[in-house]
Design a protein around this ligand. Structure first.
Ligand code: ADP
Ligand code: ASP
Ligand code: MG
Length: 402
C-alpha cells in the first residue's frame, strides 16, 4: 500500500465548503488504496490576522508568545478537516505538530525541523485512519511550541513524507503548479511540467513563495518527489525532482520577484580591515539574513556599504545598526523601503555566456534602473524600484521568451 502525503494551503482550507472539498479529495485518494497523511495550513488569512492582533498589543511581542499565538491557526484547521473526513464516513485523527512528533531546533519563529518522530502518525495510518497533521509547528527540546517561519507548512509536509517514505508529497495550493514567474504578476506566464530541486530552491529562496525554501531543501536531501498542483481541479501540476527531463539545462527556467526588501546604506565607513565583519556579524547574530551586498569604491579612506534585508527584520536591524554606526565611526545610516529584487534562475546559465547582459538589456529597454546586482552559478539578481516590479517581470519574461 502506497503512502501519500497531501498538503493543503490556507486558501485550500479557507472555508467549510473548501474543507469539504479537501476531505473529498482525501477520501478519493484513500479509496484508491493508499494510506493518506494530510498536512494543513491555517484557514485563509488567519496567520496574518493573528499577527495583526498581536501588533495591536505591542510592536515587538515576545517571540515565545507570538509562536504560541500563530500555532493556533493550524490547530483549528486540523480539527475541522478531521471532522469533515469523519462526516464523510472515514476514520480520521488530528495531530498538532508536537503530537505528530515534529522536533524543532532554533528560534521560536524561524525554527527548523531537527527530527520527525512519526510513530503516532504511522500507527494511525496502520490502523486504517487518515492522519491530519498541523503544519508550521513543532516542539523545541524544552517542550515549547515553535513555528517554522511563514510558509512553513510545506516543510512539515515534506519532512513527514520523508519520515513515512511516502511515494509522493502533493502540495495543493491556489495556483495549478510552478510557473516561469508568479502568474499573478505576468498573466502569460507558463506552467512548468518539471523543475529540478536546485532551480526550485533558488526560485523559492529568491521570493517565489509557492514553496517554502526549506521544504525544497528537505525534499532534495531525502529524494522526496513533490507535485505542486491546484486544490480546485484534477489537472497535473509541476513535478519537483532531481533531474527535469525537458530541455534539461535551460539558461533561464524562471523569474522570482521579492518586494519584501529594504535597502540599508552605511555611508562614510572607515576603510579598515574588520569593519565589514563587525557589521555583518552583529546582524547575523540577531538572526537577520543579509542579501545583496555592495561596497563602493574607496574615497578619502572611506567606503559606502549597501545591503538588503527582509522587511520583517527592519526594526531589529535599525536597533542594532544605530549604535554600531557611531562605534565604527561611519557618517550616516540610511534606509529605503520601496525596493524589490528581481532574479532570473536557470541551471544552464553556467554554460551560457551573456545571460546577465540580456537581463540588463531587458531592464534597460523598459527604462528600469538597476541599483545592486548579485550573481551565482545559476541565478542573477537585481535590486530595482518596487513600483517597477511588474514591468520588470514582464520585460524579462518576454525578452527571454519564457
Ligand atoms: P499556500 O497558502 O497554498 O501555501 P502560497 O500563497 O504560500 O499558497 O503560495 C502560492 C502563491 O505563490 C500563488 O498564489 C502565487 O501568487 C505565488 N507564486 C509566486 N511565484 C510563483 C511561481 N513561480 N509559480 C506559481 N506561483 C507563484
Ligand atoms: N500558516 C502559516 C503562514 O501563513 C504557514 C503556512 O501556511 O505554510 O505562513
Ligand atoms: Mg505557502
Amino acid at each position: 500500500m502506497a503512502v501519500i502525503v497531501q498538503k493543503y494551503g490556507g486558501t485550500s482550507v479557507g472555508s467549510i465548503e473548501r474543507i469539504f472539498q479537501v476531505a473529498k479529495r482525501v477520501a478519493k485518494t484513500a479509496a484508491a488504496g493508499n494510506q493518506v497523511a494530510v498536512v494543513v495550513s491555517a484557514m485563509g488569512d488567519t496567520t496574518d490576522e493573528l499577527l495583526a492582533l498581536a501588533k495591536q498589543i505591542m510592536p515587538n511581542p515576545p517571540e515565545r508568545e507570538l509562536a504560541m499565538l500563530l500555532s493556533t491557526g493550524e490547530q483549528v484547521s486540523i480539527a475541522l478537516v478531521a471532522m469533515a473526513l469523519t462526516a464523510l464516513g472515514l476514520e480520521a485523527v488530528s495531530f498538532t505538530g508536537p503530537q505528530a512528533g515534529v522536533k524543532t531546533k532554533g528560534s521560536p519563529l524561524e525554527a527548523k525541523i531537527a527530527a520527525f518522530e512519526a510513530e503516532r502518525v504511522k500507527a494511525a495510518l496502520k490502523a486504517g485512519k487518515i492522519a491530519v497533521v498541523a503544519g508550521f509547528q513543532g516542539s523545541s527540546p524544552d517542550g515549547e511550541i515553535h513555528t517554522l517561519g511563514r510558509g512553513g507548512s510545506d516543510t512539515t509536509a515534506v519532512a513527514l513524507a520523508a519520515a513515512l517514505k511516502a511515494q509522493i508529497c502533493e502540495i495543493y495550493t491556489d495556483v495549478d503548479g510552478v510557473y516561469t514567474v508568479d502568474p499573478r504578476l505576468v498573466d502569460h506566464a507558463s506552467k512548468l511540467a518539471e523543475i529540478t530541486y536546485d532551480e526550485m530552491l533558488e526560485m523559492a529562496s529568491l521570493g517565489a513563495k509557492v514553496l517554502h525554501p526549506r521544504a525544497v531543501e528537505c525534499a532534495k536531501e531525502h529524494g522526496v518527489i513533490l507535485h505542486v498542483r491546484s486544490s480546485f481541479h484534477d489537472n497535473a501540476g509541476t513535478l519537483v525532482k532531481e533531474v527535469a527531463e525537458m530541455e534539461k539545462e535551460a539558461a533561464v527556467r524562471g523569474i522570482a520577484c521579492d518586494v519584501d526588501q529594504v535597502k540599508i546604506a552605511l555611508r562614510g565607513v572607515p576603510d579598515r580591515p574588520g569593519v565589514a565583519a563587525r557589521i555583518f556579524t552583529a546582524i547575523g547574530e540577531a538572526g537577520i539574513n543579509v542579501d545583496l551586498i555592495v561596497q563602493s569604491l574607496r574615497r578619502n579612506g572611506e567606503n559606502d556599504i549597501l545591503f538588503t534585508i527582509r522587511e520583517e527584520d527592519f526594526d531589529k536591524a535599525i536597533a542594532i545598526l544605530t549604535p554600531l554606526t557611531k562605534e565604527i565611526g561611519a557618517k550616516e545610516l540610511l534606509h529605503q523601503h520601496n525596493v524589490a529584487k528581481i532574479s532570473v534562475i536557470g541551471a544552464g546559465m553556467i554554460h551560457q555566456a551573456g545571460v546577465a547582459a540580456k537581463m540588463f538589456a531587458a531592464l534597460g529597454k523598459a527604462g528600469i534602473n538597476i541599483e545592486i546586482i548579485s550573481t551565482s552559478e545559476i541565478k542573477i539578481s537585481c535590486l530595482i524600484a518596487a513600483d517597477r516590479i511588474q514591468d520588470a517581470a514582464r520585460a524579462i519574461h518576454d525578452y527571454f521568451q519564457l
